[in-house]
Design a protein around this ligand. Structure first.
Ligand SMILES: Cc1cc2nc3c(=O)[nH]c(=O)nc-3n(C[C@H](O)[C@H](O)[C@H](O)COP(=O)(O)OP(=O)(O)OC[C@H]3O[C@@H](n4cnc5c(N)ncnc54)[C@H](O)[C@@H]3O)c2cc1C
Length: 282
């Protein structure tokens, strides 16, 4: 049975804690792991569930552009955890039973907790698009983008001119399109990068920033298409204005969605992106 102690929160609320389960070793949990002695001193038992090493998205664009090697982008959360005396389960959480306080993992374990903390990040959802493409890359985890980069490098060294279509022209898609273009250019300039966005380039930014980005895209020879995607097909992306874009690879930057298991576990989630609804205590 877990040992328990009483901890006073910032607002004076007392919380009963014992077994802490951290789902995901993202930005916040990595920081928490590095400071978990403060929890352990109070008799707290900490376990983290993390399927793989952490890939740092802030550096991902530089890796895609070819400025940094992928190895520089990873943090081994398990190593950090072990050094901090935190148990690490190398698996994925697949369900949370918040009534019984049990998390089920992909390797079939049932892990009990007193307090469960979520830092499982986001993903993009290919099911929103009609059709299929054999080389469809979500932007998260960013490791997938590095796999695409390795594939592009092989094609370029074999004398091919690969075409990449980035779907979603928000800040992530626009930045990635420029980085892919940069990578292809520094490797000989062959290949083509297209960016697709129904609402224009980075509609979330103010007008001046948007126009500056549009000029930057044109300068870099990233082809921007203001349209929606009708469907994916092998070797191409068909837009709803009839344009057909050649596509050896498709990158999905259509905005973040929370992992599905959170909603299917019965947690209250936003309709649009499945993000868990939190209160003032998170
Ligand atoms: C290309 C790119 C560039 C970006 N650049 C920036 C930037 O410069 N600045 C910025 O502020 N934001 C940037 N972002 C956005 C940023 O990635 C996110 O806002 C941020 O990563 C969210 O952090 P997080 O810790 O919540 O999730 P993440 O960093 O995604 O970490 C979540 C972790 O949880 C793990 N996990 C997932 N599911 C499960 C599960 N079921 N069970 C257990 N573990 C799980 C994952 O393996 C991952 O390690 C960028 C995003 C992309 C795609």
């Amino acid at each position: 049975m877990a040992r328990r102690f009483r901890a006073a929160g910032r607002d004076g609320l007392a919380a009963t804690m014992g077994k802490s389960l951290l789902l995901g070793a993202g930005h916040v949990h990595l920081h928490l792991i590095s400071r978990c002695q403060e929890l352990q001193v109070g008799g707290h038992e900490v376990t983290v569930v993390a399927p793989e090493v952490f890939w740092y998205s802030g550096l991902a664009s530089g890796v895609v552009a070819g400025d940094y090697p992928p190895e520089l982008d990873r943090i081994d959360g398990e190593r950090l955890a072990t050094a901090a005396g935190v148990s690490c389960l190398r698996t994925t959480a697949t369900a949370i039973d918040s009534a019984s306080k049990v998390v089920t993992t992909a390797n079939g374990r049932q892990v009990g907790y007193d307090v469960c903390s979520l830092n499982v990040g986001s993903t993009s959802d290919p099911s929103l698009l009609a059709g299929q493409h054999p080389r469809l890359y979500r932007v998260k985890p960013v490791r997938l983008l590095f796999e695409l980069c390795a594939d592009l490098d092989i094609k370029v060294s074999a004398g091919e001119a690969p075409s990449v279509v980035v779907i979603g022209a928000g800040v992530t898609g626009t930045e990635l399109a420029c980085c892919f273009r940069h990578r292809l250019s520094r490797n000989g300039g062959r290949g083509r990068v297209s960016l697709v966005g129904r609402g224009g380039v980075t509609p979330e930014l103010p007008g001046r920033a948007r126009r500056s980005l549009e000029r930057g895209l044109a300068r870099m020879k990233v082809r921007f298409n203001q349209a929606g995607v009708d469907r994916l097909e092998e070797g191409r992306v068909v837009l709803d204005d009839g344009t057909e874009l050649p596509a050896d690879a498709v990158v999905l930057a259509t905005g973040p969605r929370a992992p599905r298991f959170l909603r299917s576990s019965g947690l209250k989630c936003h309709d649009g992106d499945d993000a868990v609804i939190v209160d003032r205590h998170l």
